[in-house]
Design a protein around this ligand. Structure first.
Ligand SMILES: Nc1nc(=O)c2c([nH]1)NC[C@@H]1CN(c3ccc(C(=O)N[C@@H](CCC(=O)O)C(=O)O)cc3)CN21
Ligand SMILES: O=c1ccn([C@H]2C[C@H](O)[C@@H](COP(=O)(O)O)O2)c(=O)[nH]1
Length: 264
């Protein structure tokens, strides 16, 4: 994950000091891209130990269409706690937009199923997108989607994915976001009988919070390890039937975890 360290160094060198909604303050750049060849390893940050459990459960939760944190809590995942209301609801966030985007005439659109179907039947299509940023309901969401839009691309039997992330917390959010979309690309490729290609990450406001400067400096002193690989143990009949136990990360060697506060 040299790319991750290069991004941190780039922000520390060129970033603008900015105030932000949370009051913490950030050092920030606008517009950045990274490319990960998924056939060369699973892109997990190695300069701090990541909690892959949370990443897998969060993705399965998005894919199930759920927008209440109950499932996450039952599985010991706390990353969305601060944003939920007293009943655990987050409003019409990712799960709802991915699986049941509401149209003005009362229908719902399952964007994920549609995209998988197009990958299988018309892989040269340039319309294989999923949009989470729904301006009509964004005020009802606990947080407007950060990973706002993603697109798939098929060439030479390989499935690639590009994400546009409008806002990115480089220390806490980004390692999760990269791993999550890499995992999603593997799952969709698995279902469509394709190999994996590239994951392209594109960021808008890409920032290091002021209280994450030390933690990211520490990461720059650490030598990254080779990437692990992902093994999927079972091929369920549907994209929506994967279970936590189906995924195994092999050979994940990482430096010790680093704590940091999340700005709410
Ligand atoms: N400021 C901010 N940064 C984010 O990354 C973020 C938000 N807000 N709001 C919504 C979601 C929630 N996400 C989060 C929230 C917390 C962690 C976090 O605390 N991570 C720790 C512990 C991980 C764990 O318990 O599994 C870490 O060390 O990575 C990560 C992602 C990503 N998003
Ligand atoms: O998946 C996610 C979700 C959130 N973030 C970060 C990006 C920002 O630091 C905050 C959101 O604040 P806004 O004022 O709405 O931009 O959360 C992330 O990196 N990844």
């Amino acid at each position: 994950m040299q790319q991750y360290l290069d991004l941190i160094r780039h922000i520390k060198t060129h970033g603008n000091m900015k105030t932000d909604r949370t009051g913490t303050g950030t050092q920030s750049i606008f517009g950045y891209q990274m490319r990960f060849d998924l056939s060369q390893g699973f892109p997990l940050v190695t300069t701090k130990k990541l909690h892959l459990r949370s990443i897998i459960h969060e993705l399965l939760w998005f894919l199930s269409g759920d927008t209440n944190i109950r499932y996450l809590k039952e599985n010991g995942v706390r990353i969305w706690d601060e944003w939920a209301d007293e009943n655990g609801n987050l409003g019409p966030v990712y799960g709802e937009q991915w699986r049941s985007w509401k149209t003005p005439d009362g229908e719902t659109i399952d964007q994920i199923s549609n995209v998988l179907n197009t990958i299988r039947t018309n892989p040269d299509s340039r319309r294989m997108l999923v949009v989470a940023y729904n301006p009509g309901v964004v005020e009802k969401m606990a947080l407007p989607p950060c990973h706002s839009l993603f697109q798939f691309y098929v060439a030479e039997g390989r499935l690639s994915c590009q994400l546009y992330q409008r806002s990115c917390d480089v220390f806490l959010g980004l390692p999760f976001n990269i791993a999550s979309y890499a995992l999603l690309t593997h799952m969709i490729a698995h279902q469509a009988d394709l190999d994996v290609g590239d994951f392209v990450w594109s960021g808008g406001d890409v920032h290091i919070y002021n209280d994450h400067q030390q933690q990211t400096d520490l990461q720059l002193t650490r030598q990254p390890y080779p990437l692990p690989s992902l093994q999927i143990q079972r091929k369920p009949d549907s994209l929506f039937d994967y279970r936590f136990e189906d995924f195994e990360i092999v050979g994940y060697e990482a430096h010790p975890s680093i704590k940091g506060k999340v700005s709410v």
